[in-house]
Ligand binder design. Structure first.
Ligand code: 5BU
Length: 268
């Protein structure tokens, strides 16, 4: 099972270039932390990104919440990704038919496919959404995560819906590198030993349990060790209060310790 393997081992066995890069960065920097910098100005996003850059494997963005978006921001984020060695994941949550998402991914104001190594999609429309995004993403060597589950209270992504995400990903492995979810799904449907999906999990906090708007938090240990996910996504737990850099270091350590414990457990 992928869960008991080291990220480096998984990098060597993978075929998607983005998945390989992500695993290599994780091992090189000893981090499974992705920071979600949900701020609305370019200056703030760049400040947080430069501060947390050394401690993350991936920066998660919501590019459409920026009031002063421009392509210079993309140039600067790309430069920071090079400087600090991390990937960029635009949390776009595509949700339309294949032909429309293809245009939303490649064109418009943000031109997401041109700079974002990873993006994600709901499976509500059915498999066509993956086919549409893949037409744009595969030639650029991008990776897609499917939303198998959500962290928010009352989420409808459960049961058969969640399993269908796994089935769709298995049929589109060249582009689907994994899931946004709350736990590993491979135990629920038999998959081949060589299949390896990355699980990124939002709703992570060490002190808070929720935000009053439906968000629900679990600790890095619960996410990585108990639920078998690979990457913790942390937003307000890092930039919301206190010292951003110290918070990032704390989450990096908590996530990495849980991963080492998981590998150790897998050996026994
Ligand atoms: P927070 O500040 O750590 O609560 O931010 C969580 C981020 O993850 C935020 O950008 C959400 O849009 C994102 N998210 C989530 O919280 N839960 C989900 O199930 C998915 C995304 Br999918």
């Amino acid at each position: 099972m992928a869960q008991s393997k080291r990220y480096s081992e998984r990098a060597s066995a993978h075929t998607n270039p983005t998945a390989i890069r992500l695993f290599q960065i994780m091992e090189r920097k000893q981090t499974n932390l992705s920071v979600s910098a949900d701020v609305t100005t370019k200056a703030e996003l760049l400040r947080i990104t430069d501060a947390v850059g050394p401690y993350i494997c991936c920066l998660k963005t919501h590019i459409d919440i920026l009031s002063d978006f421009d392509h210079d921001l993309i140039d600067q984020l790309t430069a920071l990704a090079k400087k600090h060695d991390f990937l960029i994941f635009e949390d776009r949550k595509f949700a339309d038919i294949g032909n429309t998402v293809k245009l939303q991914y490649s064109s418009g104001v943000h031109k997401i496919a041109s700079w974002s190594h990873i993006t994600n999609a709901h499976i509500v429309p059915g498999e066509g959404i993956v086919k549409g995004l893949a037409e744009v993403g595969i030639p650029l060597q991008r990776g897609l995560l499917l939303l198998a589950e959500m962290s928010s209270a009352g989420s409808l992504a459960t049961g058969e819906y969640t399993l269908e995400a796994l089935r769709i990903a298995r049929r589109n492995k060249e582009f689907c590198i994994g899931f946004i979810g709350q736990r590993r799904l491979e135990g629920l449907i038999p998959v081949e030993e060589k299949e390896d999906f990355i699980y990124m999990s939002p709703g992570v906090g060490l002190t808070s349990k929720g935000d009053g708007l439906g968000q629900q938090y679990r600790t890095p240990r619960e996410v990585i060790l108990d639920s078998g996910c690979d990457v913790i996504i942390v937003g307000r737990g890092i930039y919301g209060s206190g010292d951003t850099v110290e918070n990032a270091k704390t989450y990096q350590k908590a996530g990495w310790d849980a991963y080492l414990e998981r590998i150790e457990k897998g050996r026994k």
